[in-house]
Design a protein around this ligand. Structure first.
Ligand code: GRF
Length: 220
């Protein structure tokens, strides 16, 4: 077991509801971690307000203010280093990170995506799943690599898609599960229960045997 809580830095661009779920889990001591700083590339992002309310250092670093991607990333890295961040969590952060940034936190960056990867990567995961007509979708926490939503998968949650769902209803069902799996992924990391073997993540956690979901159900 670690002696001090894992120092987590969170990057956001918007509302920050995932950020809030992580802050809450840390405050309630459900996970051995502490959010030490929050950075947004959007100045008015509500997530910054959430951070300040929780007494967490919050930084607006609008990407337009930087001449190059490298300078933008260096500004973020400087904040993360100032706060001795050990794990970086992307939570609705809408900028792609370059290999320069990834190298600085190799294997120590997580992202949450609102679909069951590798299906429906990109910015509209919920809408794309809805349009395709899948009967299940969900969300994925994964380690970040150089591709878009392509890194090793840590944890996934599955939700049904119903015939009468609007894209918004599906997105809300998925978001509720995002709020459950992101803190869990951080907990597993903080407790040293994740091991990266090639592109597979081995997780030290109980197995769920005989688990299968059917939608529509197999019987009436
Ligand atoms: C979430 O759906 C997340 O999966 C996606 O962007 C959304 C961010 O929501 N990458 P919030 O800012 O955490 O409320």
């Amino acid at each position: 077991m670690r002696e001090a809580p894992l120092r987590v830095g969170i990057l956001i661009s918007g509302s920050g509801s995932n950020l809030q779920s992580i802050i809450d889990a840390c405050e309630q001591q459900k996970i051995p971690a502490q959010v030490v700083c929050v950075v947004s590339n959007v100045a008015g992002a509500f997530g910054l307000e959430r951070a300040r309310r929780a007494g967490i250092a919050a930084y607006a670093l609008p990407h337009q203010d930087y001449a190059t991607r490298r300078e933008f990333e260096n500004a973020i890295l400087a904040v993360l280093r100032d706060h001795d961040v050990e794990l970086v969590c992307l939570a609705g952060f809408m900028r792609l990170l370059t290999p320069h940034f990834l190298a600085a936190y190799l294997g120590r960056i997580m992202n949450i995506h609102p679909a069951l990867l590798p299906s429906f990567p990109g910015t509209h995961g919920q809408r794309d799943a809805h349009r395709y007509g899948v009967r299940f979708s969900g969300c994925t926490v994964h380690f970040v690599d150089e591709g878009t939503d392509s890194g090793p998968v840590i944890i996934q949650a599955v939700v049904p898609v119903y015939d009468e769902d609007t894209p918004e209803e599906l997105a809300a069902r998925i978001l509720a599960q995002e709020h459950r799996i992101y803190p869990r992924a951080i907990q597993l990391y903080a407790e040293g229960r994740l091991e990266l073997r090639g592109r597979r993540v081995h997780v030290k956690a109980p197995r769920c045997d005989d688990l299968a979901l059917h939608n529509p159900p197999l019987t009436d």
